[in-house]
Ligand binder design. Sequence first.
Ligand code: DGI
Ligand code: FE
Ligand code: FE
Ligand code: FE
Length: 188
Amino acid sequence: PLSRKELVERLQQALSKGRFEHVCRVEQTAIELAQLYNVDVEKASIAGLCHDYAKQRPDEDFIKLIHQRKMSPELLQYGNAIWHGVVGAELVKDELGVHDEDILNAIRQHTTGGQYMTKLAQIIYMADYIEPGRDFPGVEEARRITKTDLGAGVAYQTKHTLNYLIAAGQPVYPKTIDTYNAWVPKYR
Ligand code: DGI
Ligand code: FE
Ligand code: FE
Ligand code: FE
C-alpha cells in the first residue's frame, strides 16, 4: 500500500488546490472524531484523505465504470454529486490501492449516508460536513451536536441536506431517503 506521504502526493496531482485543502481538513477533522469515538485513527486518516479523490474526474470515467462493473443502472440518472463517492470508491481501490472495505464503504457513503453506517462511515460523513472550511447557517450547531453524539450529527446533516435538495427541486438519490428514514425519526 502507499504511504501517507505517497497518498498525499497522488491527491495533490488529482485535485485542485482548494479541493486538496478540503480533503486535508476532512482528514484532520476525521482524526479528531476518531479519537473522540474510539475509531481506528489510521483508517479515519486514509478515508478522510481519499473521500473526494474522484471529485474532479470527467463524467465519462464514471459512466464507463458503472457499465464495466455492472453497478446499478439507476446510477446513470444522477451525476458527479453521487458518482464521485459511490463510483469513485472503485477508482480509490484501483488507482490508490486502498482495499480496506471499511474505508471504501465510508467513501461510498460519504455524500448520501446509508441505513447502516459503521462509526468510521459516520465520522467521514460528518467530517466532510463540519470541517473548519465549511460555512453555512447551522454549521456551528452541527459541530456541537457531532461532538456530543455522532448519530445525532448524522441525523442533523441528513435532515438539512434533504430539506435543501427538496427546496431546490434536485433529484434525491434513494439511498439519501433510506438514510433519512433510518436516522432522523430516531433522533427527533
Ligand atoms: O464532495 P463535497 O462537496 O465535499 O461534499 P459531498 O460529497 O457531501 O456532497 C456533494 C453534493 O451532493 C452536495 O452539494 C450535496 C449533494 N447531495 C447529497 N445527497 C444528494 C445530493 N445531490 C443529489 N442530487 N441527490 C442526493 O440525494
Ligand atoms: Fe464529496
Ligand atoms: Fe458531505
Ligand atoms: Fe468532501
